[in-house]
Ligand binder design. Sequence first.
Ligand code: PSU
Ligand code: MN
Length: 303
Amino acid sequence: MSTQVSEEVREALHEGRPVVALESTIISHGLPRPRNLAVARELEALVRDGGAVPATVAVVDGTARIGLDEAGLVRIAEDPAVRKLGHRDLAPALAAGATGATTVSATAWLADSAGIRVFATGGLGGVHREWAETQDESADLRLLARVGVTVVCAGVKSILDVPATLQRLETLGVTVVGYGTDRFPGFYLSSSGERVDWTVRTPEEVARVMRARDELGGPRSALIVGNPVPREEQLDPALHDRVLARGLAAARDKSVTGQAVTPFLLEYLMVHTDGASLEANLAAVRGNVRLAARVAAADRDRP
Ligand code: PSU
Ligand code: MN
């Protein structure tokens, strides 16, 4: 079979225990080696500490795996040949027997197909700032308009055009709520400055939104829970703006395009903030993973 749900994840789903899906592109393309492997393990441990079963998703030797074992995690973190796979890349990757890490779009699709209801990541992809020239909009957005998964994230990456991304999410009919805030989070920053229409304050409230959505039926689409990085752990906003402006110019000068844009900018920020952006990114991801485990648990406590 080209898709394989790990035994642990399969049993948890079967018994109605909470499961949290985790993407793998952040491991392969979003974080530096060798720290990425330690983070991959840490995120799984955080899910377990929260009483849920982690399901890290990736394609290994042509098999889409939902729930990676230790060898799979090591492969994704260490093998430089690991590709970045969006949803549209899944079929050719399976057919070619390739190995690749899944982005939000591919992970949300595979997790949803396996019956996993909650997914945690750092920041979603979205509309890029040069959209008018490049038409670069992450496939994450359209895919999230088609799957019923709840995504806990620190907003969309701040390298993007955040107002345009929020507008696209509105057009696509994707629900967005702020967790304990009326502002959309800014990935490395606690706030993007943009408003959200709905605020929830507890995992139980998120689970109630999920239940209401189930009862409503209708077209399936994701629930985005924007969970801000704690203010004391955010990147200094002035430093962020300064370095990002230079990074965007560098990407243009070097003609970085397509799938390479996001990893290039994340790395540029990391290098030129002396690692401070990496710490903010990790703080955001950790917070999201912890919250996702609590949401998955609340969702399973349905009356
Ligand atoms: N969140 C992070 N780091 C990352 C990503 C998310 O903290 O590297 C990845 C996700 O996999 C997301 C992808 O789907 O970046 C977006 O890439 P693109 O803009 O090329 O669609
Ligand atoms: Mn892109």
